[in-house]
Design a protein around this ligand. Structure first.
Ligand SMILES: N[C@@H](CCC(=O)N[C@@H](CS)C(=O)NCC(=O)O)C(=O)O
Length: 231
């Protein structure tokens, strides 16, 4: 039975969604290749209306519909237990959920204002009004003005990432000797920025950069092979 992935697309067919990248990396880790990938623009809600909600990623696997990147990771782990583990244990799953919450509620919140206009520039023409309207409401300001402050924010942003730096000083991946879902959660956010923004987020000697390079190399350079800016 086929596996279908519905994911966000932008102008010039860019695939930049941080959440969809989590799912792409999870599928690659499990050795599962979608039979079909259906692109969904911000305003093409009718394409995923069958899922009963309006966000991507969504997968349909053997006729089963699952949405939300975290739920998809859990579904893949439970449905394909003999494939490489995304978590490894119930405890590790709980810890990965903590990483997911940190990434969504701290990391992305810090990063988004620094690339929000760059994201806008890669959104499809027909989705731009929706993007500007919704994101300016979240940001409480004009996209251009919010992003213009990034040079002032970068120092504190880098400081916030000490939690990653400290971990990566002790092990090559956030999940230990080999990468697992916790790595894909955080990597998805960096890949989002890499796809849309020329802004350099990490200092040259930052160990997080080396980890990001290792992540880009995984699965024969799977993520690296997607068009992105030097980062
Ligand atoms: N918690 C969800 C978030 C999914 C999400 O927000 N996806 C964005 C794409 S990056 C979306 O579909 N946005 C639609 C919109 O803003 O209208 C997950 O982890 O999958």
């Amino acid at each position: 039975m086929p596996l279908t992935l519905y994911e966000l697309w932008g102008a010039t067919d860019k695939r930049f969604s941080p959440f969809c990248w989590r799912t792409r990396m999870a599928l690659a880790h499990k050795g599962l290749e979608p039979d079909e990938i259906i692109p969904v623009g911000f305003t093409e809600k009718e394409k995923i209306a069958f899922s009963g909600q309006d966000r991507v990623p969504v997968i349909v696997d053997n006729g089963k519909t699952v949405f939300d990147s975290w739920s998809i990771a859990c579904y893949l782990e439970d449905t394909y237990p003999t494939h490489p583990a995304l978590f490894g244990s119930a405890t590790a799953r709980g810890e990965a959920l903590f990483i997911n919450s940190w990434a969504d509620r701290v990391f992305m919140v810090e990063l988004f204002p620094m690339v929000v206009k760059d994201v806008f520039d890669h959104v499809r023409e027909e989705d731009r009004e929706h993007f500007r309207e919704t994101r300016e409401k979240w940001m409480k300001g004009q996209l251009e003005e919010v992003q213009a402050k990034r040079d002032e924010r970068i120092e504190s942003f880098r400081k916030r990432l000490d939690v990653l730096r400290h971990t990566l000083g002790k092990e090559p991946f956030l999940c230990g000797e080999t990468p697992a879902y916790g790595d894909y959660i955080v990597f998805g956010v960096f890949q989002w920025a890499r796809c849309v923004s020329p802004f350099i987020l990490l200092a040259e000697d930052d160990p997080i950069r080396q980890w990001r390079e290792r992540m880009l190399d995984l699965f024969d350079g799977y993520a690296r092979n997607f068009d992105g800016y030097p980062c």
